[in-house]
Design a protein around this ligand. Structure first.
Ligand code: LLP
Length: 441
């Protein structure tokens, strides 16, 4: 089984006290020591998925794995993944700065985004970001201006929209034709001509696409590889170029609930490499460098969130709500996409007595702040610790301060040791950017 096919971190166990543990750390103790809500990240699971990726793709030596930082970006995670040989896909000054401060080799960083600002592109150029995936005509012009001013050059890819519809939530589909991302296939030639004839400080290296996220169908990748290789061969022929870089984006899915069946990393790798080989027979180009940008599948399974149960409410003849001390501000995915999660009570994971079907409500002031609908838990009580699995991706990275609530802390667990990697926000942090103008009495 590959790590993305597990709902729980690989080190999840029941310890001698009958409590859940991850990375050798009891979750009830972690909740006590660091408070809740608490993001917990298991290093062994993270290293496990890195290994899955490295083994799966080692048949193709020109593979470059760029972790999509948007899934979860902080300095400790950047450090771990850089040590594992990953590069980084970044989409903002904040992500660029974080990986830079973590000591990442910036030549192994790739900058994506559909509306990069002047300041963001300038920072990328100043810090020596290795590749910029240019998304549109405006950005070509802006980047050239910046490079001229700084007397520098940049290696770029062109982000294209390959016209692939994959079966995932509409909001996280990105490769279909009516998408806000990238050059339409009919606009590529004009972009290439501009780079060759006008924007002389840009060096075009290849093409980039990303077809969506939480993808279970391997065929979408085969189609994508074929389309991009074909495009590269056509551009090489038409413009006398030797483009040899292909970025196929991220998107591999994970298992949030028993009904999810994502393919393994190995299956995806085989499909990608096989379709590449087939495409190279058809379209004669040098075997290209292939970038992949997995985010969710790298980090999701390694993460869980701990909450403490507070109030509950039995609607007469209806739902029983059990409320926890977090919710949509630390995990926006259920309210935003209807995402489903699995959970256990960390202090009685094995208990099958008095199972009750309950709905886990968040603490934020919206009826839509529901984390899990209709989950069976053994008589959940105030003070119980709820462990929600598979929250490593797009939870912390999409967290907000809604209701002026502090963002949770994050701990890294490994070999029975726990270390804070993100401190819990304080009330002082919350007001630290507020200013009362002197004129206000
Ligand atoms: N590369 C590009 C250009 C992307 O836009 C994305 C994700 C990735 C790579 C990484 O995709 P992944 O391997 O993580 O699926 N907030 C949503 C997911 C949005 C994904 C956006 N782009 C969610 O919580 O489901």
């Amino acid at each position: 089984m590959s790590t993305n096919q597990s709902i729980r971190p690989l080190t999840t166990k029941i310890n001698n006290n009958g409590n859940l543990e991850i990375g050798g750390c009891g979750l009830v103790e972690l909740a006590k020591r660091y408070g809740t809500p608490l993001y917990v990240l298991d290093k062994e699971t993270l290293l496990g998925i890195c290994k899955d990726y490295k083994l799966a793709f080692d048949k193709y030596p020109k593979m470059r794995m760029m972790y999509a930082s948007k899934a979860l970006c902080n300095m400790a995670v950047a450090r771990i993944l850089a040590n594992e040989g990953f590069g980084f896909d970044v989409v903002s000054s904040g992500e660029i700065y974080t990986v830079y401060k973590a000591g990442v080799d910036m030549s192994n960083v790739l900058f994506n985004g559909n509306n990069k600002s002047f300041d963001e592109l300038s920072l990328a150029v100043d810090l020596g970001v290795g590749r910029i995936s240019v998304d549109n005509f405006h950005e070509l012009e802006l980047l050239e201006q910046i490079l001229l001013e700084k007397d520098k050059k940049a290696d770029v890819l062109l982000r294209i929209t390959p016209g692939i519809e994959c079966h995932t939530h509409e909001y996280i589909q990105t490769g279909h034709l009516d998408s806000k991302f990238g050059f339409d296939l009919t606009q590529i030639d004009e972009a290439v001509e501009l780079i060759l004839n006008k924007y002389k400080n840009l060096t075009l290296k290849g093409l980039h696409a990303h077809i969506g996220s939480q993808i279970f169908e391997t065929k979408s990748y085969a189609d994508e590889v074929e389309i991009i290789v074909k495009e590269i061969a056509r551009l090489n022929e038409k413009f006398g170029l030797n483009l040899n870089e292909i970025n196929i984006g991220g998107g591999l899915g994970v298992k949030y609930t028993e009904s999810d069946n994502p393919p393994s990393v190995d299956e995806i790798a085989r499909v990608i490499i096989h379709s590449l080989e087939k495409a190279l027979e058809k379209y004669p180009i040098e075997p290209p460098v292939i970038y992949i940008e997995p985010g969710r599948s790298i980090i999701s399974t390694a993460g869980v969130t701990l909450y403490t149960i507070g109030s509950s409410k039995q609607v007469p003849n209806g739902t029983k709500y059990v409320a926890v001390d977090g919710g949509m501000a630390d995990n926006a995915r259920p309210s935003m996409y209807g995402a489903k999660y699995s959970a256990l009570l960390a202090n009685k994971p094995n208990c099958t007595d008095a199972l009750q079907k309950v709905t886990i409500a968040g603490r934020f002031c919206e009826s839509g702040d529901i984390l899990i609908k209709n989950i069976e838990l053994p008589n959940p009580q105030t003070g119980d610790v709820l462990c929600v699995f598979n929250t490593g991706a797009y939870n912390y990275s999409m967290a907000s301060n809604y209701n002026r609530v502090q963002k949770p802390a994050m701990v890294l667990v490994n070999n029975s040791q726990s270390d804070i990697i993100v401190c819990r926000e304080t009330l002082e942090d919350l007001i630290s950017h507020d200013v009362i103008p002197s004129g206000l009495s």
